[in-house]
Design a protein around this ligand. Structure first.
Ligand code: PEP
Length: 250
């Protein structure tokens, strides 16, 4: 059975103190049977990691470089994240794909480098509104998934999570309906089967992200191919986030 995962992407929010408080509340309220991950900004990884020590909540980062070390000003390597006790890292979030023009050629190396360093990579994929309206959803998802996995051997797939995040649903309050989300997740899983085979595809968690709240999470997570969520705005509100976590329990 695939694990249930709920990951909070705090983006460029919190202070050191509010990050610590938020982590504390999440650690105290986490639900057994759901893997909970929080992804604070880089400067607060250590402070949050210290709070989470001994809890069931895992630490994640929001991005990484694809090189192990070197002259890459401002960048953070997967090995550094592992050294900070991170277990997860987001790759290809739409705010980086579209906002910072991170291309598919780059993202596949980030995924491979993250996994090589011992992290679990959360590969974010998803169509824009324009692509949806042009009925290009499947074409875009197939491309994002195929390119994201291009530098990965099948034996590394146990450390890959996919997050389906339609760009039009991120931070907009326009959540995908459970049917829209399930359709996309089923397509992604089917596409994965053609790349890595049935057993691996059926074991790969696929999370939904995009305006998930404590009120809409349960209906989304009830869909057969939705294994949890990647949560932005609501992950900053402990009560709402913990309600989402509870909704992910089987
Ligand atoms: C995200 O940024 O990954 C996200 C899903 O944001 P939100 O939940 O705010 O839509």
């Amino acid at each position: 059975m695939r694990p249930r995962i709920v990951a909070g992407n705090w983006k460029m929010n919190t202070t050191r103190e509010t990050a610590r408080q938020l982590a504390q509340e999440v650690a105290q309220g986490a639900t057994a049977g759901v893997t909970v991950v929080v992804c604070p900004p880089y400067p607060y990884l250590e402070a949050v990691g210290t709070v989470l020590k001994g809890s069931s909540v895992a630490l994640g980062a929001q991005d990484c470089h694809y090189q192990e070390k070197g002259a890459y000003t401002g960048s953070v390597s997967p090995a550094m994240l592992a050294d900070m006790c991170c277990a997860y890292v987001l790759v290809g979030h739409s705010e980086r794909r579209h906002g910072l023009q991170e291309g598919e050629g780059l993202l596949q190396f980030k995924v491979a480098a993250a996994i090589k360093a011992g992290l679990t990579a959360v590969l974010c994929v998803g169509e824009t509104l324009e692509e949806r309206e042009a009925k290009r959803i499947e074409q875009v998802l197939a491309r994002h998934v195929s390119s994201g996995l291009a530098a990965l051997s099948a034996d590394k797939m146990g450390r890959l999570v996919i997050a389906y995040e339609p760009v039009w649903a991120i931070g907009t309050g326009k959540v995908a309906t459970p049917e829209q989300a399930q359709e996309a997740h089923a397509f992604i899983r089917g596409h994965l089967r053609t790349i890595v085979g049935h057993a691996v595809a059926d074991a790969t968690p696929i999370l939904y992200g995009g305006s998930v709240t404590g009120d809409n999470a349960a209906n989304l997570f009830a869909q057969p191919d939705i294994d949890g969520g990647l949560i932005g705005g609501a992950s900053l509100k402990p009560t709402d986030f913990l309600k989402i976590v509870a909704a992910a329990k089987r």
